[in-house]
Design a protein around this ligand. Structure first.
Ligand SMILES: [Zn+2]
Length: 383
């Protein structure tokens, strides 16, 4: 049990009576949270007398602020990103948005100045391996790569605390005639900048076995359970040997739902096979925010529907993605001393229709409803 704070502990904010659900410390009980200077100062039975602001959160669940490991919050060329605060972040329960490659080296400064710095939502990002997003296909031309620019920028922006690594889209739509080469360039750029790698998988070419074979421990595969031909399952609906080998090497797997990249059917086969999953994320952009994805909360609810437990979907949206990006000492936990990123939500019962990216519709009985978000010690009500 955490030690009781001394009687003179002062809180900027006191959240009273919520069910605290924090898988990072196996916490699941009703208690109060005291916040001071934007950090979690105490957890327990706390006095409102010493708080500047108190909110009654009884009947709600308080989890570490949700982390959406794959979203788009910048618009450039082919990418139609969403407003980081109003559509993808704090208004929807997400305190940290990871932008998955909406900016390449040529547009990064604009992205940083117009989105990363001014947003109240914490915005971290993977830098696209292609420098210019107006190109179509994005990775289809040698002229759209500059290893020197990309590696230098990734290294500098990682040191600044914004860049997590390199993003590449390993699909025919984006690689065009260059096939596997953009994936090789991205792997090299990640290695030489000392940063991470996120790889989108989709339609071949490049063939998935070849993509997976290039990946190393800690690399993230996004759209892992898409429903297109040539995904992680063979004709027998069993995981490919290359997938099992990648998982064995420590490659990580992220949902990245999006308009084209998540299928209930693939998910059920993957869960039946016991495949590892490390993050539930949305791939939100303008083309899927009004369906089928909607939000991080709805995407999490789809995994409740598929049979995962509430603590597990919270873990896959907090502590686990924080570990993947190396931020687990700062976010993804309600431990005392951490940044006060908190999501207050409810599980609501009803009759809901959930749709995947293949257009499959299923009836579900539970959805998540975000009540409020706390970020930098301030309460933001959900819209
Ligand atoms: Zn995406």
């Amino acid at each position: 049990m955490p030690a009781s704070p001394s009687h003179d502990t002062r809180f900027d904010l006191l959240i009273r009576g919520a069910r605290l659900l924090d898988p990072s410390q196996s916490l699941d009980r009703v208690a109060d949270i005291g916040v001071t200077d934007g950090r979690i100062a105490a957890i327990g039975d706390l006095s409102a007398a010493n708080a500047d602001e108190t909110i009654d959160a009884s009947g709600t669940i308080a989890s570490p602020g949700w982390i959406d490991l794959h979203a788009h919050v910048f618009s450039d060329g082919n990418i139609n990103g969403l407003d980081a605060d109003a559509k993808a972040g704090i208004a929807t329960g997400v305190t940290t948005v990871v932008d998955a490659g909406s900016a390449g080296a040529d547009s990064w400064q604009t992205f940083r100045q117009s989105v990363i710095e001014p947003s109240r939502t914490r915005v971290l990002a993977f830098l696209n391996i292609s420098v210019d997003h107006r190109a179509k296909p994005l990775h289809g031309d040698w002229a759209n790569f500059s290893q020197s620019k990309t590696i230098r920028l990734a290294e500098k922006e990682a040191a600044a605390g914004y860049c997590l690594g390199i993003k590449v889209l390993a699909s025919q739509t984006h690689c065009g005639a260059l096939g596997i080469m953009p994936v090789k360039l991205a792997r090299q750029a990640a290695r030489l900048s000392g940063t991470g790698l996120m790889v989108h998988i989709g339609n071949a070419p490049p063939v998935i076995d070849e993509v997976l074979d290039l990946l190393e421990e800690g690399d993230i595969v996004t759209h892992c359970w898409h429903g297109k031909y040539g995904g992680i399952l063979g004709r027998d609906k069993k995981p490919l040997p290359a997938l099992l080998a990648a998982a064995e090497r420590g490659v990580k797997f992220d949902i990245g739902h999006g308009s084209a990249s998540f299928a209930f059917e693939t998910a059920r086969h993957a869960l039946d096979a016991g495949l590892p999953l490390h993050a539930i994320s949305t791939d939100l952009h303008k083309g899927c925010v009004n369906g089928p994805v909607y939000s991080q909360g709805r995407t999490m609810a789809k995994f409740l529907h598929l049979g995962l437990s509430l603590p597990e979907i919270v873990r896959l949206s907090t502590h686990s993605p924080a570990q993947l990006i190396g931020w687990d000492d700062r976010i993804g936990s309600l431990a005392v001393g951490r940044e006060a990123d908190i999501t207050l939500f409810r599980v609501v019962e009803g009759d809901f229709e959930f749709t995947d990216s293949e257009g499959a519709k299923e009836r579900a009985t539970r959805d998540l409803e975000v009540v409020a978000t706390v970020r930098t010690g301030r309460v933001i009500n959900a819209t």
